[in-house]
Design a protein around this ligand. Structure first.
Ligand code: SAH
Ligand code: SF4
Ligand code: F3S
Length: 439
C-alpha cells in the first residue's frame, strides 16, 4: 500500500469557507489524501480564499509567494486556490503566480477529485463554473468519524441582494436553498457523530426557502424540523438580512428552546442616505423597530451586527447616525470595517472618502463597540448560563466552551467532558472570556 498523500488546507474568510474546507478535505480523502497541519510536509496545498475586502484578497498572493521554496524542494507538490478569490479572478491567478496548479470556484468543489487527477499529469486545472448539479449531493462521501460538539451546516448559498459594496453575489452566485430533507439527514448524521450544536449557514440564511414535503419551507420551519432531532441540543444560524426576518422566525426565538438567543443582523450604517446608496432597502428606523420586535419575543437575545465606515459620500453627520444607532441597539458583538473598493461593484465607481477619515471614524466606532461589548459581557456576572464544553481551557485543569449567548466561558474542569452541556454560574468577566463555576 502506498503512503497516504498529505493535504494542507488554509481557510480564510467566513464560516461558509470553514464548512467548504471540510467538504473539500472529504472529497480529496477519496483520492487518498489525509489532512496535515503543516504546509511543509504537504503533497497538496489548498488556499480557501476570501474576496470580501482588498486586504483579504491580497493576502492570498503573499501567501502563495511563500510556497516558492517548498515547490522548488518538492516539484510534485500541487498548489491550489479555492474560494471567492478563485471565483473572482480565475485564470488571472495562474498568470500572476505561475506556481498555482489548480483554481476552483465555490460551486465546483465536487469536481476537485478529477481536477486533482489532471494536475498529476502535469496539466493545470481551472473550474469556476456555476454548474446545475447539486454539489452537496456529490460531496456526500463523508467518513463516519467522530467529531467535535459543534458543526456548521450550509443550508443556503449565494445572494440576490446586490448591496453596492459587496462581491458575494458575484463570487457565490445567485441565492440557492438546499432541499430540507438533505439538510435534515446531514444534521442527523452530524448528531450521530457527536455534534450537539449546529450553526446553519447562508450568505442570506433567513431568505431560506428550500423544498420541503409540502412545498417550500421557511428557515423557521426548518429550525422546527431540526428541533425534533434527539441529541441535537442547540441551533444557531448566520447571516441574516433585516428584510428577510419573517414573523415565524421572530416567534421561533421566543418559542424554540433549542434556538439560541443570539442573532447576527448586519445593518452596515445608521444613515438612511447611505443605506439607500448601499442598496440595502431598509432604513435605520425599520431596523430598530425590527430589533424591538425580536426583543419582545426573546428579551435576553444578544444582538450582533456588521458596520462599514467611509462608504462613498459618507459625511460626518452620516457617521454620527451610525454611532447613534449603535448606542440605541446596545450590541453584544459587532464587527466594523473600513469600506474597501471592490472591482466590479457599483460603489467602486463613486467618489471615495479619504483613507485618513475612514481610519479615524473606524477608531471611534470600534471604541464605542468595545465599550458596549465589554459592558454586555460584564453584565453576565452573577447570572446562570448553559455552557457547551468544547475543549480544555488555556490554563491547566480548565475546560472551555460557549454560553447560549456565544460568550466564551471557562470553568475549573473536574469531571467535565468535551460535548457536555452544563449549567454554570458566571463569577468573573475577563478581556475575552467569562469565568464561572458549575451549578
Ligand atoms: N450578508 C453576508 C455578508 C458577508 S460579508 C453574510 O451574510 O455573511 C460580511 C461583512 O463584510 C458585511 O456585512 C459587511 O459589513 C462587510 N463588507 C462587505 N463588503 C465590504 C466592503 N467592500 N468593504 C468593507 N466591508 C465589507
Ligand atoms: Fe453582500 Fe448584501 Fe448579499 Fe450580504 S446581503 S451577501 S452584504 S450583497
Ligand atoms: Fe469572503 Fe466569500 Fe465568505 S468573499 S466572506 S469567503 S462568501
Amino acid at each position: 500500500m502506498t503512503a497516504p498523500k498529505k493535504l494542507f488546507i488554509k481557510t480564510y474568510g467566513c464560516q461558509m469557507n470553514v464548512y467548504d474546507s471540510e467538504r473539500m478535505a472529504e472529497a480529496l480523502g477519496g483520492q487518498g489524501y489525509v489532512e496535515t497541519k503543516s504546509a511543509d510536509d504537504a503533497d497538496m496545498i489548498l488556499l480557501n480564499t476570501c474576496h470580501i475586502r482588498e486586504k483579504a484578497a491580497e493576502k492570498v498572493y503573499s501567501e502563495l509567494g511563500r510556497f516558492k521554496g517548498l515547490k522548488a524542494d518538492k516539484p510534485e507538490l500541487k498548489i491550489g486556490v479555492a474560494g471567492c478569490v478563485a471565483q473572482a479572478e480565475g485564470e488571472e491567478i495562474m498568470r500572476r503566480q505561475p506556481l498555482v496548479d489548480l483554481v476552483v470556484g465555490p460551486q465546483s468543489y465536487h469536481r476537485l477529485p478529477e481536477m486533482e487527477a489532471r494536475t498529476r499529469t502535469g496539466a493545470k486545472a481551472l473550474d469556476t463554473d456555476f454548474p446545475e448539479e447539486d454539489k452537496f449531493e456529490k460531496l456526500k462521501n463523508r467518513p463516519k468519524a467522530k467529531r467535535g460538539p459543534t458543526a456548521f451546516l450550509t443550508v443556503q448559498e449565494g445572494c440576490d441582494k446586490f448591496c453596492a459594496f459587496c462581491v458575494v453575489p458575484y463570487t457565490r452566485g445567485a441565492e440557492v436553498s438546499r432541499p430540507a430533507d438533505r439538510i435534515l439527514s446531514e444534521a442527523r448524521d452530524l448528531v450521530e457523530r457527536g455534534v450537539r450544536e449546529i450553526t446553519l449557514l447562508g450568505q442570506n440564511v433567513n431568505a431560506y426557502h428550500g423544498a420541503g414535503a409540502d412545498g417550500d419551507m421557511t428557515l423557521a420551519q426548518l429550525i422546527w424540523a431540526l428541533d425534533k432531532i434527539d441529541g441535537l441540543e442547540r441551533i444557531r444560524f448566520t447571516t441574516s438580512h433585516p428584510n428577510d426576518m419573517g414573523d415565524d422566525l421572530i416567534e421561533a426565538h421566543g418559542a424554540c428552546s433549542k434556538l439560541m438567543p443570539y442573532l447576527h443582523l448586519p445593518v452596515q450604517s445608521g444613515s438612511d442616505k447611505i443605506l439607500k446608496r448601499m442598496n440595502r432597502s431598509h432604513t435605520a428606523e425599520s431596523y430598530l423597530r425590527l430589533i424591538e420586535r425580536i426583543r419582545a419575543a426573546r428579551p435576553d437575545i444578544l444582538m450582533s451586527g456588521d458596520f462599514i465606515v467611509g462608504f462613498p459620500e459618507e459625511t460626518e453627520e452620516d457617521f454620527q447616525a451610525t454611532m447613534d444607532l449603535v448606542q440605541e441597539v446596545n450590541y453584544g458583538y459587532a464587527y466594523s470595517f473600513k469600506y474597501s473598493t471592490r472591482p466590479g461593484t457599483p460603489a467602486a465607481e463613486r467618489a471615495q472618502v479619504d483613507e485618513d477619515v475612514k481610519s479615524e471614524r473606524l477608531q471611534r466606532l470600534q471604541a464605542l463597540i468595545t465599550r458596549q461589548q465589554r459592558a454586555v459581557q460584564d453584565s453576565m456576572v452573577g447570572k446562570e448560563v448553559s455552557v457547551l464544553f468544547e475543549k480544555p481551557g488555556r490554563q491547566a485543569g480548565q475546560m472551555g466552551g460557549k454560553s447560549e449567548y456565544l460568550h466564551a466561558v471557562h470553568v475549573e474542569g473536574t469531571g467535565i467532558g468535551v460535548g457536555d452541556l452544563r449549567r454554570v454560574r458566571i463569577t468573573a468577566s475577563g478581556t475575552n472570556s467569562l469565568g464561572g463555576e458549575l451549578v
